[in-house]
Each structure stands twice: as C-alpha cells, then as structure tokens.
Design a protein around this ligand. Structure first.
Ligand SMILES: Nc1ncnc2c1ncn2[C@@H]1O[C@H](COP(=O)(O)OP(=O)(O)OP(=O)(O)O)[C@@H](O)[C@H]1O
Ligand code: SF4
Ligand SMILES: [Mg+2]
Length: 316
C-alpha cells in the first residue's frame, strides 16, 4: 500500500478585480494531479517556478483547501480524519521550507525551537524533551553547546539543519521538503542533501522532495514527477528520467542543468512561457518544438509507456 496518494488534486485560486473584488477568473495552480509515495520512498517533484509545487505541498499538509480531488494517507482520506487521527497525521507528515531563516523565530533559542514541537505534541517530561533535543542535534550534525544560541548566530546551512531537527522531533514518517537547499550556497547544498539521505535511512523516512531543477533530485530521489503549469507531464524512476526522458519539457529541464562549459551554455535558448489564462490544448505547446495542430487544441492524456513510466504527450 502507498503511504500517501494524491488523486486528481485541483487547487484553483480566484482572480479578482476592482474595489468589490469581483471574481473575474481563476488560476488553476494545480489541475488534476495524481501520484503516489510508497513507504520509505523518496519522490521528487520538479518543475519551473509557478507550476504548482508548493500548492501541492500545502494541500497535503492542509494549509490549502483543495478545489477538488483527494489526498489519501495510509488508506484514509485526510479530510475525513477523527480528531485523534488528525493529530497523528499532523505529527507524521512534516514540512520543511525553502527559507530556513524565515521559518525560525528570531527570539527563540534554537534548542527551544527544536523542543517546541515536542511540547505541542504532549511530551510532558522536561528531562525526556532535553534528551530528545540533544539526540536530534547529534543526528543533524549540530553541536549540543549551540542549543542556547539564537538563529542569527548560524549560517544558512546550519539553520536548515535546525529546521530539519525541528521536523524530526515528532518522529514523522513523511517529510515534505520544499526546495530545502535552493536558498543555500552551492558549497553547502551537497552537505545538506547528504544529511537528508542519511536521515532517511536512520529514521526510516519517506520524502516528497520539491525542486525546480532536476540535478538536485538526481542523487536523492527514487522517482520523479515532472510538472508544468499545474499538470504532471512525466513520471518515472529517476534513473529512467536521465536515461530516457520522453516529454519535450523534461528534455528542456535536463538541458537547463548547469553545465560548467560556457561555450555549450551559450547555445541554449528557451522560448518564453505562455500566460496561464490562454491555455488551450497541451500546456506546453507554445514552448514545444515538436508541437502539431492537434497539440494546440487537444490536451494529451497521461499514458503508461513502459513499466511505471507515464507521459502526457501526443508524440510519445
Ligand atoms: N494564495 C494565492 N493566491 C493566488 N494565486 C496563488 C496563490 N498561491 C499561489 N498562487 C499561484 O499559483 C501558481 C502556483 O504557485 P506555487 O507557489 O504552487 O508554485 P511553485 O511551483 O511552488 O513555484 P516556485 O518554484 O516559485 O516556488 C502560481 O501561478 C502562483 O502565482
Ligand atoms: S503534446 Fe504536443 S505540444 Fe505537448 S509536449 Fe507533446 S508534442 Fe509538445
Ligand atoms: Mg514553491
């Protein structure tokens, strides 16, 4: 059984105008997305800015109410949980944000910040809490002596480690990491990614790992979901996406992976994205070099083209 399943998820935001905020349309931020995360799996969710990645994460952790579709966690719809189940769900599914600085309270010592979720979730014994916080500091590679310091005394990478320790405090099963390294220096990104991998084994975690760049998920994820303008374009094993990318958008994302050679870099050109409100047909047609007349009027369905390899494109 899958740990988490997203079924035909839709999140539309209203577009309003004028003093009375009249509704003149809607942004289909997420428009019929389906995927599963298996127990112990690390799933990458990749796509350019604005394609709906954070909106999906928010719908999963119930920060955003879906317009339609369902999220199933361990066989139960997350919208029909009892109070106790809801509390359990909020413990088991934790989110880590892109900006480690903004997610920490500047007036709270980092030790207190890691202890806070333990208090919220009812660990009453202060001794036990202190012991758990120390263990968490060890697990994420921070010095125990730093527990009494404040967030501004830490580097970006260290702050992200504190954010990870905070998420781990309540023993989650699934961590949703929304671009957890994109605010960090390139030199520390690999260290934090390695930490995620190490913790996955030692804490038996599953991940939904959000990134706008395929290189970040290459060594961290088992499978990848590639999104474009609120829809899934391709979904398969990470190895397969690098070996045999089938969707033109996935191929464009692969070309966008930074190349050290400036000569090769110069040759790349990306056509402009189309505005969201003029979508008709395949969402990618205005940027696609393989688009035909059909692509401009009809939307391709997602089909399975090989074992566990799904693509939404007429040309595949
Ligand atoms: N609260 C909101 N009200 C209206 N529109 C919103 C709201 N939140 C997001 N959107 C729109 O929904 C779309 C998807 O946004 P989302 O934040 O999910 O994208 P993203 O893939 O996470 O992008 P990024 O890589 O920049 O973080 C965007 O067009 C965004 O402008
Ligand atoms: S359906 Fe057409 S426009 Fe869309 S990605 Fe495939 S070839 Fe390109
Ligand atoms: Mg985002």
């Amino acid at each position: 059984m899958s740990l988490l399943e997203v079924i035909n998820l839709r999140v539309y935001y209203p577009i309003t105008s004028g003093l009375l905020s009249k509704r003149i349309g809607e942004v289909k931020a997420v428009d019929g997305v389906c995927f599963k995360i298996m127990d112990g799996e690390s799933l990458g969710l990749v796509g350019e800015s604005g394609c709906g990645k954070t909106t999906i994460a928010k719908a999963i952790v119930k920060l955003e109410k879906p317009t339609g579709g369902r999220v199933i966690y361990r066989g139960r719809d997350i919208n029909s949980l009892s109070k106790n189940e809801e509390r359990e769900y909020r413990k088991e599914v934790q989110m880590i944000f892109q900006d480690p600085h903004a997610s920490l309270d500047p007036r709270m010592t980092v030790g207190d910040a890691v202890e806070e979720p333990l208090i919220i979730h009812g660990v009453r014994d202060p001794e036990e809490r202190r012991r758990r916080v120390e263990e968490l500091f060890d697990a994420v590679g921070l010095e125990r002596e730093h527990m009494r310091r404040y967030p501004h005394e830490f580097s970006g990478g260290q702050k992200q480690r504190i954010g990870i320790a905070r998420a781990l405090a309540v023993k989650p099963r699934l961590i949703i990491a929304d671009e957890p390294v994109s605010a960090l220096d390139i030199s520390v990104q690999a260290q934090v990614l390695n930490l995620f991998m190490k913790l996955q084994k030692s804490f038996n975690l599953s991940y939904l790992f959000i990134a706008h760049n395929l290189s970040v998920i290459r060594n961290t994820c088992d499978r990848v979901v590639v999104m474009y303008l609120g829809k899934v374009m391709e979904m398969t094993d990470t190895e397969e996406i690098f070996r045999n990318p089938l969707h033109p958008y996935t191929r464009m994302l692969l070309e966008a992976i930074p190349i050290p050679d400036p000569q090769r870099r110069k040759k790349r050109t990306f056509p402009p994205a189309i505005p969201r409100r003029v979508i008709k047909g395949c969402r990618f047609w205005a940027q696609c070099s393989e688009a035909s007349d059909r692509c401009r009027t009809e939307e391709p369905e997602m089909i399975e083209v090989g074992a566990g390899h799904y693509v939404a494109c007429f040309k595949v």
